[in-house]
Ligand binder design. Sequence first.
Ligand code: UDX
Ligand code: UDX
Length: 460
Amino acid sequence: MGFEKNILCIGAGYVGGPTMAMIARKCPQYKVTVVDIDKEKIKAWNSSNLPIFEPGLDEIVKKSRGKNLYFSTEIEKGIEESQIIFVSVNTPTKTFGQGAGRAADLQYWEKTAREILAYSGSSKVVVEKSTLPVRTASAMERILNENSKGMRFEIVSNPEFLAEGTAIKDLENPDRVLIGSRETPEGIKARKEVVEIYLNWVPKEKIIESNVWSSELSKLTANAFLAQRISSINSISALCEKTEADIDEVAFAIGMDSRIGPKYLKSSVGFGGSCFKKDILNLVYICESYGLDKTARYWESVVDINDWQQNRFVQNMLSNMFNTVAGKKIAIFGFAFKANTGDTRESPAIRVAQGLLDEHAEVVITDPKALENAKKDLKQFKQGVTFEANPYKAAKGAHAVAVLTEWDVYRALDYRRIFKSMVQPAFLFDGRNILDHKKLFETGFNVFAIGKAPLKHFRY
Ligand code: UDX
Ligand code: UDX
């Protein structure tokens, strides 16, 4: 069967893989190919054991793979035969040179743009899927359009708003799809081609068209605002712990104000994930480069509060466990940066585990999906840390349990059984406020939650 259009995506990661699987599923008239330099990853995409865990992903990949969805390492062929190329290669924070620790590292993006140019025989639309600094499109235009073959490349920005764990739901039923381009006739034509793809399943009124710079900046700003809400509520959680106000009650009360709204107000051990910190630091760097120091400092404080919240959690554990955890077994329930994913990038659990290991605790980590990643994240610690899939075994003989990911399985455990198997006095630190603290206290635990008065059995 001939396809109406060939779509390529370069980068088969958390964003590229699920996004293209959804496009293929909703648009049987297009051939969708996803390429990546990582051979192992492509092998996994072509197997029954996909390289990422995402509820509902297996099903949609299975339905389209081999029909109109292909995973391959043949980047050259993919570029040659496609009219629209999405780029979702990673854009990590730079670790070297100017802007180290803040600016986005665009080397993979630029390399990919040069590959597109080298292997193209005709004009194409190039879609920025990766999150990029505002005005990246202009640099990419220069690279792509300085060619002697007479080809013209239009850059369209189409940022991804999917959150891990709900990627398929977010892709299927997005709040909005943002598509930005130059406001020239050619730019608008390219934009419309991308709009046409989404119109196969997204209602027209949810598709926002804008200029390319607004689109790029909206993505960074959306993530900065979401993270800012979490840091705001977390900053208040510290005050709750001092005053007997309860952070969940405060969040509920303010969230009922329709102007504030209830989402992203869940106080926690801190936010993690590959995007929030990276994107805010990127925003900070851009502001600094335009001399907007006040704006830069404002957004930087969102990251500062998040670092502080994670450190505060470790300090709380330490001070409540009689100022020493050396030689004490501590079970960490959950290592993923949030529930329903195996991803541990920037997970607060990394910092907490490191903090406890630095204090010479014996840390046992359990998680339903993230143990392999946890091993990689903590590989520098040659001793003191073990990994255990079964939470009951992880907690056996422990002095404390720290809940760091809001997995449903942790709500449903038999905490009486856990308590009995632990060293007394037994401590429970709930970094996600998901457990029934009163009941745990009645079971015998000393309970410390985020933004709540501690429940302690000690009289002194
Ligand atoms: C990436 C970006 O990091 C993020 O900024 C953006 O919002 C969406 O795209 P993600 O999909 O989570 O996010 O990244 P990752 O899972 O690391 O996937 C990127 C893939 O690109 C990797 O599989 C990597 O092998 C591939 N890649 C990288 C290439 O195929 N070619 C390259 O030159 C570099
Ligand atoms: C985020 C954005 O939501 C998404 O739109 C963007 O495309 C990529 O970045 P993601 O990082 O996958 O997605 O997860 P998200 O659900 O936003 O959670 C980020 C972190 O914030 C997690 O560690 C989560 O546990 C934490 N969080 C979230 C809180 O601590 N409290 C909340 O109320 C919400």
